[in-house]
Design a protein around this ligand. Structure first.
Ligand code: ADP
Ligand code: MG
Length: 452
């Protein structure tokens, strides 16, 4: 990520945190980014008084603003610099970029980070594997271990925010880690298209072809974008053929499976189906909890399990939203100096959770208990009296049916029971509703009530 971009985004957050334009303009407006290395973000200011003030009062806010953008813990260092070189060079007639020692270093850094255009954060290590995504993960690993052997192209498809880009870039990062001499290139299909248009305009198609065809591995993200764009499809078709013929691995992502890219030329669609197409699906509840925990830990934050569970239960459509919810909570906690607990989570999530009704195990237990006129503690408790067993079994059955939680997790909600007791309960209810019409309509009534 470009440090100027990071700083630009951080600034608006800092301003809103400080909530005073006067203060901001006095101390922070003229601060500028100098470098970003090993989680240390260095900013420069012209006067020692400003440096002191920032260090004493605003460092934490700046750190939290930058962390939100870079998604990693960051410490801020403030140096005194008039930034003269930078400013003068930028305005110099030749338009040459500034070359101070720091920026030169950072420039080199950026080249190595970006030579393949990959985000170093997207690694296999940072990808949480659970039941729902283990197949996609294995396929990605397979491509690293046996490039261009079995699955060429590897085609990852699925809705937005589920980890396609992450997995795709993780392949690239891992390949480069194992063999830095490999030439890997990541682009979005939009970048591919823009690059092509520019090269056409400047009559540099040779350069373009060399760029995309002299690689060992080409990763093209969001190929659905080239649907209906004939020129781009034509060029992409030849790029694909050339690489495939040379036994170079191609990885593609899309929001739909190849067959559903309706306005894509048939010959490209067929090629996309040559290898392995994998549906990247929403991580299940347990994986969502694990993703949140991993993410928080990477920010050096440890929350109670119940907080992770609370968020994972409610945000169940998209991993990006899940991460957003966590950042929002951390930001709220920072501003209000409160500990992150369920109350704070509830408050922070209020603005994110869609209005549609979310069915949670707690909600199910409450509705079931209301209906059978028993208490939730009793239903979750050990007693086996008949008045409690039916509601307990019904509630377990509905948890299995209406949420995406597995037996182990449901068993935990019901007073840390054994998983098999939930399996038996679900089994029994499924059998009984075949013959017991009363039970069947009771369950229908409760389900309707839950969705009301
Ligand atoms: P997509 O490309 O499918 O729209 P992304 O790859 O951009 O989704 O993922 C969105 C965010 O969710 C990214 O920050 C990514 O790191 C994170 N993410 C998705 N799946 C996982 C996972 N299994 N483990 C950890 N992070 C994940
Ligand atoms: Mg993506």
């Amino acid at each position: 990520m470009d440090i100027n971009d990071v700083w630009k985004h951080a600034q608006s957050y800092i301003l809103s945190e400080i909530n005073s334009e006067v203060v901001y303009n006095t101390y922070l407006k003229d601060a500028f980014p100098v470098s970003y290395e090993d989680t240390v973000f260095t900013i420069g200011v012209a006067l020692p008084t400003r440096k002191n003030m920032i260090e004493i009062r605003y460092k934490k806010i700046i750190e939290s603003a930058i962390s939100r953008i870079t998604a990693e813990p960051v410490s801020v260092r403030v140096i005194i610099s008039n930034g003269k070189d930078i400013i003068q060079n930028e305005n110099s007639p030749s338009g040459e970029p500034a070359v101070t020692q720091n920026t030169q270093h950072e420039k080199d850094d950026r080249v190595t980070l970006n030579s393949a255009n990959l985000n170093p954060r997207y690694t296999f290590e940072n990808f949480v594997v659970g039941n729902s995504n283990s197949y996609a993960f294995a396929a990605a690993e397979n491509v690293v271990n046996f490039p261009a052997q079995n699955n060429n192209p590897l085609f990852l498809y699925g809705k937005s925010g589920l980890g396609k880009t992450h997995l795709m870039q993780a392949i690239g990062n891992e390949v480069l880690k194992r063999n830095p001499d490999m030439c890997v290139l990541y682009v979005t299909s939009e970048q591919f298209m823009n690059d092509m248009v520019n090269c056409l305009k400047e009559k540099k198609m040779e350069v373009f072809r060399q760029r995309y065809r002299d690689v060992d591995m080409l990763l093209v993200d969001d190929v659905q974008f080239i649907e209906g764009r004939d020129g781009t499809q034509e060029e992409f078709f030849h790029t694909f053929n050339d690489l495939h013929m040379k036994n170079k691995q191609i990885v593609l992502t899309s929001d739909r499976k190849p067959k559903d890219l309706i306005t894509l030329e048939e010959r490209l669609r067929t090629r996309f189906e040559w290898g392995l197409a994998i549906d990247v699906v929403l991580p299940d509840y347990e994986t969502r909890v694990a993703i949140l925990r991993k993410k928080a830990e990477s920010l050096n934050i440890n929350l109670k399990n119940e907080v992770y569970e609370y968020i994972a239960e409610r945000i169940n459509s998209n991993v990006r939203e899940l991460e957003g919810a966590l950042s929002k909570m951390i930001a709220y906690a920072g501003i209000s100096h409160k500990e992150i607990d369920i109350d704070l989570a509830e408050f922070a999530l209020a603005s994110i959770i869609p209005d549609e009704i979310k069915i949670t195990p707690q909600g199910i237990i409450e509705h079931v208990c209301d209906f059978y006129r028993v208490k939730p503690e009793e239903v979750k408790g050990p007693s086996r009296v008949k008045e409690l067993v039916t509601p307990r079994h019904v509630a377990m059955y509905l948890c299995k049916k209406l949420t995406d939680m597995n037996f182990v997790t449901i068993a935990k909600v019901f007073g840390n029971r054994d998983r098999t007791s939930v399996m038996h309960a679900v089994d029994r209810i499924m059998k009984n509703i075949q013959t017991d019409d009363d039970l069947k309509s009771e369950i229908e009534f409760i389900t309707k009530d839950l969705n009301a």
